[in-house]
Design a protein around this ligand. Sequence first.
Ligand code: ARG
Ligand code: ZN
Length: 875
Amino acid sequence: PLIRLEDYRPSDWLIDTVDLDIALDERETRVRSLLGLRPNPGGQAGAPLVLDGDELTLANVKLDGVALGAGAYSVTPQGLIIHAPPQRGFTLTVETVVNPSANTKLMGLYRSSNAYCTQCEADGFRRITYFLDRPDVMSVYTVRLEARKAEAPVLLSNGNRVATGDVIGSDRHFAVWHDPHPKPAYLFALVGGALDHVREDYVTAEGNKVELAVYVEPGKAGRAGWALDSLVRCMRWDERVFGRNYDLDVFNVVAVSDFNMGAMENKGLNIFNDKYVLADPQTATDGDYASIEAIIAHEYFHNWTGNRITCRDWFQLCLKEGLTVFRDQEFSSDERSRPVKRIADVRTLRATQFSEDAGPLAHPVRPRAYKEINNFYTPTVYEKGAEVIRMLKVLIGADAFKRGMDLYFERCDGTAATIEEFLACFAESSGQDLSHFARWYEQAGTPTITASGRYDAAAQTYTLDLAQSTPPTPGQPEKLPVVLPVALGLVGKGGDLPLHTGSNAYAGNGVIVLDRPSLSVTFSDVAEPPIPSLLRGFSAPARLELDLGDADLLKLFSTDSDSFNRWQALQSVATRALVETGSGASNRVWLMGKARELAAALDLFLREQAAADPAFAAQVLRLPAPADIAREIGRDVDPERIHAAHRSLSAEIGNALAARLATLREALAESGPYAPDASAAGQRALRNEALGLIAIGDPDIGARLAQLQFAGADNLTDRLAALAAMTLIPGAAREELIARFAERYASEPLVLDKWLMAQALIAEPGTLDRVKELMRHPAFSLGNPNRVRALIGGFAANLTQFNRADGAGYSFVADIVIALDRTNPQVASRLLGSFRAWRMLEPGRRALAQSALAMVSNMPNLSRDVADIAERALA
Ligand code: ARG
Ligand code: ZN
């Protein structure tokens, strides 16, 4: 059924307290739940009590302690209905039995390695017991866990531990946890197992003592330190920057190896995909260290933005996710380099969200309707949701933003809130009318800003004409203008010129607010013809079409005071060259001319500035990806032609810069043992970016350097970069390095994931067979989401091979989606999302992709998850 935002109704019943008694067992876990219910004054009086349930076996049900007669309730596949509950407070005791070992969907209570764990967001709690499984029903939980001592010496749940003990006369023990903060069921969690941990005492700014711990599989405690360190740093940061203190006596993080997503913010008991917890120099890359820091922070930050203030309904998902992504991005920016973090985030935004927005799965940051909410944990809700918050801050200014956040924390604490309530806080703190701004939550699609400028030497004025338009998206054929903060500078010979204008579109602080289809702003006292630097810091999630020639862009690249736009300027030149060639409008000879222009600019940059900020330089050296070019071309895309253009451009730049890159690599040579900090990581990033370019330019030299680096490296980052460079160079040496890598890391599944993915991404016709072969490798398993995402997800992200002209890539992925759907619909539907860009392909591939999608769509008994994606992708 389609669930609509406008159909929201408060619950007829409330559950004030939940007492759970859970006896863990591999096959027959018994759950006794005592619910303290009462009619909701805001609900409908006399309504039946309809509790959600999914794949539960009901043992018995009692009302106020008295067994209910058979006619008093019904059990359906969707839940338990009490037909005529008393119209007053009462208790309901429900006993159910679940089989955690049979739970391959990894929603609800399941087994991972040898531990018990849970995942309840969005609607997994109903797979543990019958409940009002909706976020606006908030309850105080007391949880008694019991298990065989030998099997699960560690028993964790939300809140504070209030009792532990042995079950007399048995080999079992128990722990009781109490969480004083009312919470929705999706934040419930438990963990049981034999786990190791690292711990640290923490005192909040307000002076409360907190025991922090990170739990991992036995033997892995040596890899938990970075996560714990990140946790301490993000807790301090949230105290300092948002004034938020932690509110329980314990905070636990648990890493499990079978997990559908990245991590989950369960109150006081965050559960993580172990990929985002475990790190040491031999098994994690610099990128992993950075993601662990970011995701530890993200989940911790949810304690305020998500848990204490939760969502009224799932349409408000961006209320917690967009805001929390914004918070984790800010944390990482403060811990590392702000411009480099911004560049990385914008790359991700464009690669994931812009491509979602450009295809059949496009939806607003706040969707209006859904069939399966798990399909809406998307880049649009998360990343675009964060961009909306970032724009809000630019529009109203940092002070009003801070006061708005404080008001939100104060006013909405303890409630299940809406976007409207959130925005009201900022309207109040800023005195601005934000009703037009709110359109960002309702309207899907990526706006294009078209800009052109005119200089009038006689009048000493510069006029900027700006216009916006948003292409149609599914269900939204007509688009209205949105509020676009355009941060800008006018760059003259000596740097930024002062901005003088009487235009009321100018908000001051270098920001024009483009809130209508088009407008012009005239700046006065402009003493020289400037180059406009627009959308500085990527001030709005939009495409920019700017009528600047490559020469002006290259000037911005070398002189703009805004680092983001320096990076962007060079990317724009490269993008334009690749779009021209990749669409067939220009030929290879023309492209070589562009390559030499780019190489000359890069050469100067590398010589003069790379050493000062290697992390930034690494971003500059990395050209836009072929998939970015495909999206820019947007129609009749031929992936092979784009790939060929990309390769030629990279090779030519690599060749032209060979000597410079080699010198640079030596200058950056590792000194001292591995350290994961941003500065050391930045040096490695630049060295390895250089290695990739060298390898494309001159495969012989590249292979030699990669082999040397592999042999001499003392860390995974450098070894993996060597492997990645080698994958660009077909031949026996590559296969040999691939084999050696696998031997070295034979017992490290997370490292082998990277090995699987590196091979799945090889842009050669043999890759499909290689991937099929790798599915038989002992390191691979269709049952583990990380393995599937690495190998199959990697392949589906391989522009040329997934989009093979013969359609074999499509049918391969479609077959796996179908197979996987029987065990894990969420992972299957994610994978099916790889088809999201099919409509922009040239007609041959388009038809083949469509028939693969139709093949999936026509399968009987599809999960709601996969059926929904297939249906929307084809619509
Ligand atoms: N709330 C989690 C986070 O962002 C993610 C949960 C994803 N859930 C899902 N059903 N896809 O931190
Ligand atoms: Zn989140």
